[in-house]
Write a protein that binds this ligand. Structure first.
Ligand code: BES
Ligand code: ZN
Ligand code: ZN
Length: 497
């Protein structure tokens, strides 16, 4: 889909449909819509009365121009109350606009960002609408023999003339962010029989080739030589061998060096502590953290920020087998910490343990891991919000503040010394489960803490809830969401200044 910036009058729009927005507070039609209404001989105001269109959020009014106007349709979408408006609402409205384009088979439209600009923030709104359009237009239908072949081709985004250049820049960034997020969604949506650890490594290699990243893939023998026994224990039960992936983006004038780690379980059956059927569904999404790291690399390949970035994934599949690791096993991780296994379904933290030791040795300025780590995090915060933990409040705040701009909801969960007691093991340094199920997201975070160099600021993002959804919400169709690609990429951009 092509994006263009324009600042012409709505009535002169050369496109199939003009899409604008009306706030609840706007009792009369906005000036330019009123002029269109005149050209259409009052059709807009008549239909507005007829369907009692009052600017309620997401409500749509479609008016055909029947040869009277330049565009074939004028579409008004309710923007809700001005008081409640924010950038994420603009994303949702972008998604509503593209959905309307799809179901009316309108391939070209002008979307009026200026109509949503309350405080002259046209460029940011243009970016948010662009993100919403691209994210809302996403579908995963490659395996369907019958699919909707229609694709919208062109969106013109209308802003005030003085903001044309600034909007152009922001729309370019929005397009890169949303396309990278869709790339992540595509990977997460692929099932375990298509993406296994080897395949994930190949995808990382392709990315490296496309954007000129360094890439190193370690096989099972090399993983063993590096002493990553916790990770290997998880991988042992699968016929698909593990692959440890290390991508590096190294620009000439890097302001900082940041390591990203993604949980990459291409499938999580639970292992010997096998999951009951209903809980095993969607466990192809247990690689969502890894796929987010790959999506973030795609975005930085395009945006080229002045910050060095490592992307590390300990890819594995958790399966029950004669070779599987067992409850009660004691394993020594890369940093010498011994782990007693309480449950083989708490496997993500074991793969992350060795990956966190590995990135700690790189001595980056910060470490951020993202992982579909615990069902407990979904119980604590609901399906739409990620849990954020870590060892450095400044870094946590920075991630939380960024997430407020991107609309990817995140909330901090508190570490404390009492819960630290809960991961003490009977026969080893640390247990891979808590002694009670209370605070399960936090005890998982506290487990990870044991494998991070204390001197390096570290943030853990538990995305078990928002990485995937079964119904679709806002600009997310059902399935993978691509969470938190936009937040972390934006964070990296902010650290390149
Ligand atoms: N991959 C799961 C966590 C998960 C659950 C992600 C639901 C998305 C949706 C993880 O490996 C797991 O199974 N965790 C266990 C840990 C428990 C055994 C301590 C859990 O959360 O039940
Ligand atoms: Zn598990
Ligand atoms: Zn898992």
């Amino acid at each position: 889909m092509q994006f263009k910036i324009t600042s012409g009058h709505l009535k002169n729009a050369r496109t199939k449909a003009v899409i604008s927005f009306v706030f609840k507070e706007q009792k009369k039609l906005p000036e330019e819509i009123a002029q269109l209404d005149e050209i259409l001989e009052g059709a807009i105001s008549a239909l507005k009365r007829e369907i009692k269109f009052n600017g309620d959020f997401g409500k749509v009014l479609t008016v055909p121009s029947l040869g009277k106007g330049k565009a074939d349709f004028v579409i008004l979408i309710g923007a809700g109350s001005k008081r409640d408006f924010d950038l994420d609402k603009a994303r949702r409205l972008g998604a509503a606009a593209v959905r309307k384009m799809r179901n009316m088979k309108v391939d070209k439209a002008m979307i009026d960002a200026e109509a949503l600009s309350i405080k002259d923030e046209d460029p940011d709104i243009a970016q948010a609408i662009t993100e919403g359009v691209i994210l809302g237009n996403y579908r995963f239908d490659k395996y369907m023999s019958k699919k909707d072949e229609f694709e919208p081709k062109e969106v013109q985004i209308r802003v005030k003339r003085k903001y044309k250049n600034a909007a152009e820049e922001k729309v370019k960034i929005g397009k890169i962010l949303a396309e990278a997020q869709n790339f992540t969604r595509d990977l997460v949506n692929e099932p375990g029989n298509v993406i296994n650890p080897q395949k994930l490594a190949e995808i990382a290699e392709e990315l490296a080739k496309e954007y000129g990243f360094e890439v190193k893939i370690y096989d099972e023998d090399e993983i063993e030589k590096m002493g990553m026994n916790a990770y290997l224990a998880v991988a042992r039960g699968s016929a698909n061998p593990p692959r440890f992936i290390h991508l590096t983006y190294k620009p000439k004038k890097a302001k900082k060096e940041i390591a990203l780690v993604g949980k990459g379980l291409t499938f999580d059956s639970g292992g010997l502590n096998i999951k009951p059927g209903d809980y095993m569904r969607w466990m192809k999404s247990d690689k969502a953290g890894a796929c987010a790291v790959l999506g973030i690399f795609k975005a930085i390949g395009e945006l080229k920020p002045d910050v060095a970035v490592h992307g590390v994934i300990a890819a594995a599949e958790n399966m029950p087998d004669g070779k599987s690791y067992r409850p009660d096993d004691i394993i020594v991780a890369k940093n010498g910490v011994s782990i007693e296994i309480g449950n083989t379904d708490a496997e993500g933290r074991l793969t992350l343990a060795d990956a966190l030791c590995y990135v700690s040795e790189l001595k980056p300025d910060a470490i951020i891991d993202m992982a579909t780590l615990t069902g407990a995090c979904i119980v604590a915060l609901g399906e739409y919000t990620a849990g954020v933990m870590g060892n450095n409040q400044r870094l946590i705040n920075q991630v939380l503040e960024t997430s407020e701009k991107t609309g990817e909801w995140m909330w901090q969960l508190p570490f404390n010394d009492m819960l630290r007691e809960h991961i003490k093991a009977p026969n080893a340094d640390v247990y891979n489960i808590g002694t009670t199920r209370y605070g399960g997201a936090i005890t998982a975070g506290l487990f990870l803490e044991k494998f991070v160099d204390k001197n390096i600021p570290w943030v853990h993002i538990d995305i078990a809830g928002p990485a995937h959804n079964t119904k679709g919400w806002y600009y997310h169709p059902k399935g993978a969401t691509g969470f938190p690609v936009r937040t972390i990429t934006t964070f990296l951009m902010e650290n390149s200044k």
